[in-house]
Ligand binder design. Sequence first.
Ligand SMILES: Cc1cc2nc3c(=O)[nH]c(=O)nc-3n(C[C@H](O)[C@H](O)[C@H](O)COP(=O)(O)OP(=O)(O)OC[C@H]3O[C@@H](n4cnc5c(N)ncnc54)[C@H](O)[C@@H]3O)c2cc1C
Length: 323
Amino acid sequence: MKAFAYVNATNEKEALAALAKAERGRMLPMAGGMDLLGLMKDYIVSPERVVSIRNLDQTIASADGGLRIGAAVKIADLVEHAQARKMYPALITAAEDVGTPQIRNVGTVGGNIMQRPRCWYFRNEEFNCLKKGGSRCFAVEGENQYHAIFGDGPCHIVHPSSLAVPVIAYGGRFRVAGPNGAREIDAGQFFQMPDQNLYGETVLQPNEIVTHVLLPPPGQRSAAYEVRFKQSHDWPLAAAAVNLVMSGSTVKTARVVLGAVAPTPWRAQAAERVLAGKVITEAIATEAAGAALAGARAMSGNAYKIQIAKTAVKRAIMAVSRA
Ligand SMILES: Cc1cc2nc3c(=O)[nH]c(=O)nc-3n(C[C@H](O)[C@H](O)[C@H](O)COP(=O)(O)OP(=O)(O)OC[C@H]3O[C@@H](n4cnc5c(N)ncnc54)[C@H](O)[C@@H]3O)c2cc1C
């Protein structure tokens, strides 16, 4: 790992002051450090300074009928939060499934959302892939069993954050702060596809940080479902989160978001249209799952993900119907 200087910011103001001094990439924020230190050890990023932001807001509080979650909240603390558990079951299911207890005790909500993709070509310093300034995506002709089934490249990563998927399903926003002040961004507009931003994954400007996740009041029913390789602690192969506003037993409006299938969390509006105005039955859930995956395009080694993602959507919908 390249040597670096370390700044331990004790609050948001100090963190922003430290980050404001640096050129893009020269200084990076570190929360739990689990993802960042791995990237540094593998020479994928080599900041000259690391600013610890683990002392940013670590509280979860009521706000505007929903919740305001500090970026420095540990995933384990989110899982244990009684009000969050009651209001946002899809988020809690996703959080409970992140890694292992040790990982959830160190990993923060902000770090989880901002973690970099797990693509093994991106993470391996031997491969100068598109995302690192190279000329090709090695997944196209290489080992692509965990890569995207949506998005058409040119880089075929899948988005890694389990928490971002339900945050978008709930219509959440991110508060971000930087040298030019603070702003709020719709979580659904926060992540960018590779053709919009090849070297990063979000709309964050240089030296901005995520300070809070803002969740509006949820629909009456919500759930999430993930499919993993065995019962391992690894990232999911496919995930789905569903949030429904109900009128009696009929769905008024639906949000369906898929994870691990595209370079960003992937909203399935075709599935949402299937659900709107319906009473949920197994047949409707199957139809919605089919609609969600209708536009998927497999690479040479990941056709299996289409069926798995369908299953995730269908089971998330069926879980909602039992909620
Ligand atoms: C074995 C294993 C299994 C895992 N399984 C899962 C899983 O199933 N699902 C899942 O979602 N995750 C999974 N993770 C990822 C883990 O949850 C993340 O690595 C962790 O949440 C990162 O959090 P952190 O606080 O350590 O972030 P850090 O490592 O500190 O930061 C991660 C990145 O985000 C940036 N960053 C951090 N905080 C902010 C902020 N507030 N604003 C702007 N940028 C920021 C950093 O600069 C860095 O680039 C797994 C990790 C491991 C090791």
